[in-house]
Write a protein that binds this ligand. Structure first.
Ligand code: NAD
Length: 502
């Protein structure tokens, strides 16, 4: 095991994991990864290219078609996933700290996340030997018909920078349980945790080639993976633009895809809601993870009769949010992860101002001493936003909230659905009938009622409309990594007329 060794410059030096070997890029090139709080480079990673993608796909293909993984019983696959879960429990703190350093996520959020990730491998590991086909009561005489569900083959997992471990695990756990092999390409901004996870795969005893991790840029190493003829499926989490490129490339070979893309989710507060809870729900919807989350409740729809009071309460609550070092357990809002994202957030704040939205809180980069060298944006709240403004229609992916008024249920549903996206929504109400009925009106993949931003390995995750295709988590997720075979066996004494369909 030799993924990270100290390089001369004092930086950690990571290697990729291909075919069970720790390796540099074929041409030896590297790139640096930066700590978003200190803005200092802390590690180097191999800058993979087409030749490295080729090696990784060949390794995954070999592992899928021959060798121990291809012969392994489903129960044994499940046990390996359980062993991996135990190793993640052991290393949860280390994994959390690496993610904080590479991504700027809060240690409090990461510690909760790495404590929970093992459950994904346990749940799907438990499903590995429960992938049952059926004997069908077929309507043909002298015929026996049954179905089996088989893995797809080599899968490529490509992930965004905002939640690197979770996004990888969302794909690996169901896909491996189903019997596939993987090449994982994490975001070029946050690749370290994927390589740390690969170490645990090696230690758990996964055969070589079952998981391969290549690092580098999307166009250089991601695109050749997606285009490779031996790849059967791409599980992608990222931007709408990236998703379009993946979908187009996958279409050429009719590859399977799961696309988890962007969102502009409505968090809807009715006048009858418990307003204390709703304020916290609105805050967690937009300022948790510095707003860098696909399910951000970035459009806050508030009923007219409570709008002014609610926005005042929200501003007062958000004003006290503690920005600072993400490794400090007291910090509530960490840095923006990447410089382009920082620029984009500030640009959208300018756009909102020009459109006539009223900035009620924040609206600036933060240079407070506790923000160190990091790129921080103050928690920002705009009121008097109309849903046709760009700030209400386009994904910002930062701590910027748009507050929009509505009159009644009909208008709330109309505004919520007036979006190209359809990832998630929140509903805050004390009315049981509305809690049950209103979610039916929302054209989104996930609805939270009197809660926000909850995820579980058991519950399907994914979007409608431009927010994506397919589902991660739950039983739906394992089906995304399987294909169905129908087997027909004739028990007839003689073959009937060959010119007539049976
Ligand atoms: P991105 O599309 O720029 O990059 C995502 C990944 O795709 C990266 O690993 C990148 O290297 C790779 N990539 C880029 N071009 C490629 C190409 N031509 N071929 C193959 N790979 C390529 O997205 P990002 O900026 O990293 O992530 C932010 C976006 O992700 C936001 O829009 C956010 O909403 C979305 N997201 C969605 C979910 C979800 O589950 N729906 C979760 C997290 C983030």
């Amino acid at each position: 095991m030799n993924t990270a060794t100290k390089a001369a410059a004092g930086l950690e030096r990571y290697r990729m994991y291909i075919g069970g070997e720790w390796t540099d890029a074929a041409d030896g090139e590297t790139f640096e990864t930066t700590d978003p709080y200190t803005m200092q480079a802390w590690a180097t990673l191999p800058r993979g290219r087409k030749v490295d993608a080729e090696r990784a796909v060949q390794a995954a293909d070999k592992a899928f078609n021959s060798g121990p993984w291809s012969a392994m019983k489903a129960s044994a696959r499940g046990l390996l996933l359980h062993r991996l879960a135990d190793l993640i429990v052991r290393d949860a703190d280390k994994l959390a700290r690496i993610e904080v350093r590479d991504n700027g996520k809060l240690i409090t959020e990461m510690r909760a996340q790495t404590g929970y990730l093992p459950e994904y491998f346990r749940y799907f590991g438990g499903l590995a030997d429960k992938i049952e086909g059926a004997v069908l009561p077929i309507d043909k005489s002298d015929t026996f018909n049954y179905t089996t569900h088989e893995p797809l083959g080599v899968c490529v997992a490509i992930t965004a920078w905002n939640s690197p471990l979770l996004l990888a695990v969302n794909k690996l756990a169901p896909g491996l349980a189903a019997g596939n092999t993987f090449v994982l390409k994490p975001s070029e901004y946050t690749s370290a945790s994927a390589l740390e996870l690969a170490k645990l795969f090696e230690e758990a005893g996964f055969p070589p080639g079952v998981l391969n991790v290549v690092t580098g840029y999307g166009a250089e190493v991601g695109a050749p993976l997606v285009e490779h003829k031996k790849v059967a499926k791409i599980g992608f989490t990222g931007s709408e633009f990236g998703g379009q490129k993946i979908y187009e490339a996958a279409a050429r070979d009719f590859k399977h895809v799961t696309l988890e893309l962007g969102g502009k989710s409505a968090n809807i507060v009715f006048a009858d809601a418990n307003l204390d809870d709703a304020v916290k729900g609105a805050i967690s919807g937009i300022f948790a993870a510095t707003g860098q989350t696909c399910v951000a409740g970035s459009r806050l729809l508030v009923q007219d009769s409570i709008y002014d009071e609610f926005v005042d309460r929200l501003v007062a609550f958000a004003r006290s949010a503690r920005m600072g070092d993400p490794s400090d357990r007291a910090t509530q809002v960490g840095p923006v992860t990447t410089p382009p994202q920082y620029e984009k957030i500030l640009e959208y704040i300018g756009i909102a101002r020009n459109e006539g939205a009223q900035c009620r809180l924040g609206g600036n980069a933060s240079t407070r001493p506790e923000c160190g060298a990091g790129l921080f944006v103050e928690p920002t709240i705009f009121s008097e936003v109309r849903n046709d403004m760009r700030i209400a229609q386009e994904e910002v992916f930062g701590p910027v909230l748009s507050c929009i008024r509505f009159k009644d249920d009909d208008e709330a549903a109309a505004i919520a659905n007036d979006s190209l996206y359809g990832l998630a929504a929140g509903v805050w109400t004390s009315d049981l009938r509305r809690a049950l009925e209103f979610p039916k009106r929302l054209k989104v993949g996930m609805v939270w009622v009197n809660m926000y931003r909850a995820v579980s390995y058991m519950s399907p995750f994914g979007g409608y409309k431009r927010s994506g295709i397919g589902r991660e988590n739950g039983m739906d997720a394992i089906r995304e990594y399987l294909q169905t075979k129908s087997v027909w066996i004739s028990t007839a004494k003689e073959t009937p007329d060959p010119f007539v369909i049976r």
